[in-house]
Design a protein around this ligand. Structure first.
Ligand SMILES: C[S@@+](CC[C@H](N)C(=O)[O-])C[C@H]1O[C@@H](n2cnc3c(N)ncnc32)[C@H](O)[C@@H]1O
Length: 283
C-alpha cells in the first residue's frame, strides 16, 4: 500500500509540475473537491487513495501539455464556474469584453438575444445571469457542446437561456432578435503562432476559419440584419494578430448596412470586439 501524502506535500508536487503557486492550489482544490480556502487551512490533512490517484493522473496530463481547464473540467468565466470538456473551447478572459459590450448595447429593457456558436454557453449564461429580464438563445453545430451548455445552465440555476442545434442562422430560421453576439472561429489555419496547447487540445471547429480566419465572421455579419429587429445590435469577437481583423470586420459591418460601428479593446489593449446597430428601417 502507498504511503498517504499530506495536502502540503501534494501542493509541493503540484507546484513543481505547474511552476505556479495559484494554479497548483486551484488544481489541488478541484482534485480534493474542496475550496481554495480549505486547502490553505488543511496542510496537514492526508489525501485518501482515490485523491492521490486522481492527483497523479491530473499532474501527468498537465505535464503532457493538456490545458488545466480540461484536466480539472472547470473554468471560471465572468461570475460563473463552468464545466468544460474537450468538446468546447475554453472560455477566454478576452471574451468578457464581448459580454460587457453586449450588456451596454442591450441595456436594461427586456431583450431576445442570440449567441451564435455558444460552446460551453459562456457568453449566453453570463448575459442571462446579469439580465434576468433577457431571453437568451445559444446555438452550436456541435451537439456535445450544447449538452455542456445545458448542463452549465442547470448547474448555475439559469432558466432564461435555451440552446438549439444548427449551422449559424440555420438554427433560428425566420426568427429576429433584439441583439446578436458571436465569438466565431477566427484563427487563420496557417497561423504559425497558435500555441501547442491550443492546436493540440481544443476543438478545431471552434478555432479555425477559412479565408485568413474571416469566413465565419463574414457569414455571421452578412446574415445578421435579416435576424435583427429594427435598431437591433450585433457584437462579434475577432482576432488582432498580424494584419489584424478589426479593419476587415469593420468594413463587413459597414457593407452589411450597420450604423454606429465601433471596435473595442480587451483588457490587454487588443482591438478584439466590433459592434454595430442595424438600421431602423431594413427588410
Ligand atoms: C470560438 S468558439 C466560441 C465558444 C463560446 N461562445 C466562447 O466564447 O467560449 C466557436 C464556437 O462556434 C461553433 N461553431 C463552429 N462552426 C459553427 C457553425 N457553422 N454554426 C454554429 N456554430 C458553429 C463551435 O462549435 C464553437 O463552439
Amino acid at each position: 500500500m502507498r504511503e498517504a501524502i499530506t495536502v502540503r506535500a501534494a501542493l509541493r508536487r503540484a507546484q513543481a509540475v505547474l511552476d505556479n503557486e495559484q494554479a497548483a492550489k486551484r488544481l489541488l482544490a478541484d482534485c480534493l473537491e474542496q475550496t481554495w480556502g480549505w486547502v490553505s487551512l488543511h496542510h496537514d490533512n492526508a489525501l485518501d487513495a482515490h485523491q492521490q490517484t486522481r492527483l497523479d493522473n491530473w499532474l501527468a496530463r498537465a505535464q503532457a501539455g493538456e490545458p488545466l481547464a480540461y484536466v480539472t473540467g472547470r473554468m471560471g468565466f465572468w461570475t460563473l464556474d463552468l464545466q468544460v470538456t474537450p468538446d468546447v473551447l475554453i472560455p477566454r478572459p478576452a471574451t468578457e469584453t464581448l459580454v460587457e459590450q453586449a450588456l451596454i448595447l442591450g441595456g436594461n429593457s427586456p431583450q431576445q438575444v442570440l449567441d451564435l456558436g455558444t460552446g460551453s454557453g459562456a457568453i449566453a449564461l453570463a448575459l442571462a445571469s446579469e439580465r434576468p429580464q433577457w431571453q437568451l438563445v445559444g446555438t452550436d453545430t456541435n451537439p456535445a457542446a450544447l449538452n455542456i451548455a445545458k448542463a452549465n445552465a442547470r448547474a448555475c440555476e439559469i432558466t432564461n437561456a435555451q440552446f438549439v442545434q444548427g449551422d449559424w442562422f440555420g438554427a433560428v430560421h425566420g426568427q429576429r432578435f433584439n441583439g446578436i453576439v458571436c465569438n466565431p472561429p477566427y484563427i487563420d489555419p496557417a497561423d504559425p503562432a497558435v500555441a501547442d496547447s491550443v492546436r493540440g487540445f481544443e476543438p478545431h471547429a471552434a478555432l479555425f476559419s477559412a479565408d485568413a480566419g474571416l469566413a465565419d465572421l463574414r457569414h455571421v455579419i452578412t446574415g445578421a440584419p435579416a435576424h435583427l429587429t429594427a435598431g437591433g445590435w450585433l457584437a462579434v469577437e475577432h482576432g488582432y494578430k498580424q494584419a489584424g481583423q478589426a479593419g476587415p470586420v469593420g468594413k463587413l459591418f459597414a457593407d452589411a448596412g450597420f450604423a454606429e460601428v465601433s471596435t473595442h479593446k480587451d483588457l490587454e489593449g487588443h482591438p478584439r470586439v466590433t459592434t454595430g446597430r442595424s438600421p431602423a428601417n431594413h427588410d
